[in-house]
Design a binder for this molecule. Structure first.
Ligand SMILES: Cc1cc2nc3c(=O)[nH]c(=O)nc-3n(C[C@H](O)[C@H](O)[C@H](O)COP(=O)(O)OP(=O)(O)OC[C@H]3O[C@@H](n4cnc5c(N)ncnc54)[C@H](O)[C@@H]3O)c2cc1C
Length: 447
C-alpha cells in the first residue's frame, strides 16, 4: 500500500459481523469504506447465540458508540443429568447476544442504519471517513491493474436487481465473505469447507411459553446434556428487538447428532420444494416427517424433562450441517487483499468463537492500515489465532461426538498449538493469542 496516502479506498466483501466490524474500525480511522453484500439489508438470522469474548469486548470498547447492554451473562456451563440433577460443568463467563442484535448494532455504528433494535443510531464523528453499505450486490471478479507503485484493485460487482455489472476501484480489499469466500476460492481454490460428520437440530422457544420449572433450569447458565456420541444444549438469548427482559427472552435449543453423508441426502431435503440443501435447512423448511422422527427419538431416549419440553415446543425448527475450513493464507497481492472472519477459518460451534475471531481480525486489520503491523504480521497473527481456536473447536466437538481416543488425538493437536503460542509469546514478549474464557469463579447476584 502507499503508506503516505491519508485516506484509503477500502472495499469489503461481505456485510455480516466480520465485514461490519472491519468497516467500522476503518471508517473510524478516517478511511472511505464501501461494503458490498450479496444478501438483503434485513437478513434472516439463524436465531442462535453469538458470544462476546475478549476480542469482541475490546472491539466494542473501542468502536461501539451505543451504550445499552445487549447480551445475557452466563457465569457457568452446567450439565443436566438423566436423573435431572444439575452439576457444574465449567465455570466460565459468557456474554451471549444473538446475531440480529449484533448485526443491527454494527449497522447502526457503520452507516447509521435504523432498525427496530436501534431506532436512534449514533451520530458520525467529524473524523470518520465516508461509509456505504450496498446490499444485493455481489463481487464476481477481482483484478489488479497498473504496475508497482501505481496499483489498483478493480472489483466487478453484480447488481442483483438490474443484473448490471459495474467496476469499483480499491486501494485495499478485505474478504469478509464467509465460509464459501470468493477471495479464498480465487487465491486458494483447493481450500474448501468440509463436513465434520454431525449436524445440529435447532430451534428457539420464547421463555414465556415454557413451564416455570423448566424456565428455572435454563434461566441463567448454558445447560448441556451429554449422551453417548451426541449431546444437546439450551441457553438464553435476547428476544424480539433484543429484549433482555425475563419472560421475553428466547431459549435456544441444539441437539448434535452424528449422521452419514447418505442420511444427509434425506434429512436435508426441503420440506416445501423438495430440493436438497447443503449447509442449512432454514426454519419452516424442515420436512415434517423428519422432524417428527426426531421428536420420537427424543421421547424414546428420553431426553431429560426440561430438554424434552423445549424440543416439543419448537414451532419452526431448522437444521445446521457442521462444517469447517481453515485457510493457509490471509494476505494476498502484497497485502492489498486480506482475508478475515469465517472466510479465513470456520470453527465448529462448540466454542462459540466466530464472532470473537471476527473482532480480533477487525482490530488487526486496523493496526495494519495504521502501519503498526506489516501484512506478514497480520497474516502470521491471523493464522496462528485461527489454528489455535480451530483446533480447540475440533477437540471440543470430538469430545462430545466421538470416541475418547479421537478426542485425545484432537486434544494433543490442540495442545501442540497451545505450546507454539506459549513459546511465541515468551520469545516475543507479546500477549498470548489463546483467548480462554474467564476462569474466575463468579456467583450470580441471588446466590
Ligand atoms: C444471515 C446470517 C445469519 C447468521 N446467524 C448466525 C447466528 O444466529 N448465530 C451464529 O453464531 N452465527 C450466525 N451467522 C454466522 C456468523 O455471522 C459468523 O459465524 C461469524 O460471526 C463471522 O461472520 P463472517 O462475517 O466472517 O461470515 P458470515 O457471517 O458468513 O458473512 C459472510 C457474508 O458475506 C456475504 N458474501 C459472500 N460472498 C459474497 C460476495 N462475493 N459478494 C458480496 N457478499 C458476499 C454473505 O452474504 C454474508 O453476509 C450468521 C451469518 C449470516 C450471514
Amino acid at each position: 500500500m502507499e503508506p503516505d496516502k491519508k485516506q484509503l479506498k477500502v472495499v469489503i466483501l461481505g456485510g455480516s459481523l466480520a465485514g461490519l466490524m472491519c468497516g467500522i474500525a476503518l471508517k473510524h480511522a478516517g478511511h472511505e469504506v464501501t461494503i458490498i453484500e450479496k444478501g438483503e439489508n434485513v437478513r434472516q438470522s439463524h436465531m442462535a447465540g453469538v458470544c462476546l469474548g475478549l476480542d469482541a469486548e475490546r472491539f466494542l470498547e473501542r468502536h461501539d458508540r451505543l451504550s445499552n447492554v445487549f447480551s445475557h451473562r452466563c457465569l457457568r456451563i452446567q450439565a443436566l443429568k438423566s436423573d435431572e440433577t444439575v452439576q457444574v460443568f465449567i465455570n466460565a463467563r459468557r456474554d451471549i447476544t444473538n446475531w440480529d442484535a449484533y448485526y443491527f448494532r454494527l449497522r447502526a455504528n457503520f452507516d447509521g442504519y435504523k432498525s427496530s433494535f436501534y431506532p436512534i443510531p449514533p451520530q458520525p464523528s467529524a473524523t470518520d471517513g465516508p461509509s456505504s453499505y450496498n446490499a444485493r450486490r455481489e463481487v464476481v471478479d477481482l483484478t489488479r491493474t497498473g504496475d508497482r507503485g501505481n496499483t489498483k484493485l478493480v472489483l466487478s460487482v453484480l447488481d442483483h436487481d438490474t443484473r448490471d455489472v459495474s467496476k469499483v476501484e480499491a486501494d485495499l480489499v478485505v474478504g469478509a465473505d464467509g465460509p464459501d469466500s470468493f477471495i479464498r476460492a480465487k487465491y486458494i481454490p483447493e481450500s474448501k469447507r468440509r463436513y465434520v460428520g454431525y449436524i445440529a437440530w435447532r430451534g428457539t422457544v420464547p421463555e414465556s411459553e415454557v413451564s416455570e420449572a423448566t424456565r428455572d433450569v435454563f434461566k441463567r447458565s448454558v445447560t448441556i446434556h451429554l449422551m453417548d456420541r451426541h449431546h444437546c444444549l439450551v441457553y438464553t438469548i435476547p428476544g424480539v428487538d433484543g429484549s433482555l427482559e425475563k419472560g421475553e427472552r428466547y431459549l435456544n435449543f441444539l441437539w448434535y447428532t452424528n449422521e452419514t453423508p447418505e442420511a444427509l441426502d434425506e434429512i436435508l431435503i426441503d420440506g416445501i420444494d423438495g430440493h436438497r440443501h447443503h449447509n442449512i435447512v432454514p426454519s419452516g423448511h424442515v420436512r415434517k416427517d423428519i422432524w417428527e422422527a426426531r421428536l420420537q427419538t427424543a421421547r424414546s431416549i428420553p431426553l431429560p424433562g426440561p430438554f424434552l419440553e423445549i424440543i416439543t415446543k419448537i414451532e419452526r425448527p431448522f437444521i445446521q450441517v457442521i462444517t469447517e475450513v481453515i485457510s493457509p493464507r490471509a494476505s494476498f497481492e502484497d497485502g492489498r487483499v486480506l482475508l478475515m472472519g469465517d472466510g479465513l477459518s470456520l470453527y465448529r460451534p462448540h466454542t462459540a468463537f466466530s464472532g470473537t475471531q471476527a473482532a480480533f481480525h477487525a482490530l488487526k486489520v486496523e493496526e495494519y492500515v495504521e502501519g503498526k503491523i506489516s501484512a506478514q504480521e497480520y497474516e502470521e497473527k491471523a493464522l496462528r489465532y485461527a489454528r489455535l481456536h480451530w483446533s480447540q473447536s475440533i477437540w471440543y466437538g470430538d469430545f462430545y461426538q466421538y470416541s475418547k481416543w479421537t478426542a485425545l488425538k484432537s486434544a494433543l493437536y490442540y495442545w501442540f498449538h497451545c505450546g507454539i503460542d506459549r513459546v511465541n509469546s515468551w520469545w516475543t514478549g507479546e500477549e498470548r493469542l489463546l483467548r480462554g474464557w474467564s476462569k474466575v469463579v463468579e456467583q450470580y447476584d441471588d446466590e
